[in-house]
Design a protein around this ligand. Structure first.
Ligand code: GLU
Ligand code: MG
Length: 446
């Protein structure tokens, strides 16, 4: 270790630099770089950044100004030195968080918001672990479609077509300390999924940011890019960013070893009830971009209905039960999330909704054991199954007027999320699925 804690490795003649990142409300990963000697300053005083960082829009040019976010004022990004990682010889990384010049947390900061929600869980005696799935499509350097003549759904040929990329990603993850659960070709052409190990919520979200950086670096070496867009190509399969949530009270799991539905504890039932109840209001945080609606449709395994069910891939909340085949234990997979979401806010929203369900002792609705799209609308209404919206204007309005979300994330964070997402809806009103997918294909790439 050298000063500032960056492992320098074999530095040679190359100076070691550190890249600190934050993820803004539009889901963009923004960065500042320092030479190694400045790492301690980046971690203590912090580096200046305009409040407009919270308002940079996903079209990669616009700023969604609000009454609270303008050109006057300055904030500080401080990196979390304990979360620092060496990515490669000469390049280290750390996640950052926003503070005021006086050192107060900034309420629009997603990482700080998630930390506060985790503290609220802890005060209620609960600890969470979160495992992330990162789905992406490999493209050419300008987002062009790559050949995929041999691609079959989850086909081995897809791996061999990109073998060097796949192997380098795995070895880079290993050397960076990213715990990979599995890496597999997906349903869509040139689509992959990298699942990373469950960690505490803040570390897990940090790990997603780091993994995206690692993926982007390796892709570049092969003349490729990765698209994390919810719908990289209008005629192709969507990309999700599912999160697997488990909760413990002390040493006891909440979603298993109980006497409730599907083996859940009483807390588990309330938590699932809370997430399902809030799902429609959460949608703007989980998949609020102007492209998200292209994915949020039945038949996409995107969880397009607010309901829950054991191993139900069309439910927004899929319960995975504990057993000999699930060494990580029971967990909730929230499927409605996509890669345009701010990963910290998304986890915060889900955990906050789960806690609300527990606090209010919400009643668990019956589980749904069929594909909800095979039911008639009347049957769905009778069963309390509500469709998520594919209309982003509605999604943004619902987010804006959600007391549940405002209670979980706080008004400044929700206002910033609403501003960037409303900007997208109002600036791209007449676009077709194709032009939207094309325009935003690399918007969330790193
Ligand atoms: N690609 C799907 C989505 O957009 C998920 C497929 C899967 O379940 O792995 O969420
Ligand atoms: Mg998948």
């Amino acid at each position: 270790m050298q000063s500032g804690g960056v492992q320098s490795g074999a530095v040679g003649t190359e100076p070691t630099v550190l890249m600190g990142t934050i993820v803004n409300p539009a889901g963009l990963t923004l960065a500042k770089i320092v030479p190694q000697t400045r790492v301690p300053v980046f971690a203590s005083a912090g580096l200046g950044a305009s409040p407009t960082w919270h308002a940079f829009a996903a079209d990669q040019v616009g700023i969604a100004f609000t009454d609270a976010i303008g050109v006057v004022g300055d904030q500080r990004i401080r990196i979390d030195q304990e979360a620092m990682r060496t990515i490669d010889t000469g390049l280290a990384w750390a996640p950052g968080e926003f503070f005021s010049q006086a050192g107060e947390p900034i309420p629009q900061c997603a990482r700080g918001t998630l930390r506060r929600v985790v503290d609220r869980l802890a005060a209620a005696g609960l600890q969470a672990l979160v495992g992330h799935e990162i789905e992406f499509v490999v493209t050419g350097p300008h987002g062009e479609r790559e050949p995929s003549d041999l691609w079959a759904q989850y086909g081995a040929a897809g791996v061999l077509e990109h073998e060097a990329f796949v192997r380098e990603v795995l070895s880079a993850c290993e050397s960076t300390g990213i715990g990979v659960e599995q890496f597999h070709p997906e349903y869509g052409h040139n689509q992959f999924e990298l699942s990373v190990e469950p960690l505490d919520p803040v570390s897990a979200a940090d790990q997603v940011v780091l993994t995206r950086i690692v993926l982007g670096r390796i892709a570049r070496r092969h003349g490729l890019r990765i698209s994390l867009s919810p719908k990289p190509f209008a005629d192709g399969v969507g990309c999700g960013a599912h999160q697997h949530i488990s909760l413990r009270r002390g040493e006891a799991p909440v979603f298993s070893d109980g006497s409730g539905a599907a083996g859940m504890t009483v807390d588990g039932e309330h938590a699932v009830a809370g997430v399902v109840d809030a799902m429609i209001e959460l949608q703007g945080v989980l998949g609020g971009s102007v492209v998200s609606g292209l994915r949020m449709l039945p038949g996409q395994w995107a969880g397009a209905f607010a309901c829950w069910g054991v191993e139900n891939r069309e439910a927004a909340v899929r319960l995975i039960c504990s057993g000999p085949s699930t060494p990580r234990g029971a967990n909730l997979e929230v499927k409605a999330i996509d890669g345009s979401a701010n990963v910290y806010f998304a986890t915060a929203a889900i955990l906050g909704a789960a806690l609300r369900g527990i606090d209010a002792r919400m009643t668990l609705p019956p589980q749904v054991i069929v594909d909800p799209s095979t039911l008639t609308e009347a049957q769905r209404t009778d069963a309390g199954i509500r469709p998520l919206s594919a209309d982003q204007s509605t999604v943004v309005d619902t987010m804006d007027s959600s007391p549940v979300l405002r209670d979980i994330l706080g008004d400044p964070a929700v206002d910033a999320l609403v501003a960037v997402r409303r900007y997208e809806v109002t600036h791209f009103p007449d676009h077709t699925a194709q032009t939207l997918a094309d325009r935003f294909r690399l918007a969330w790439s790193v």
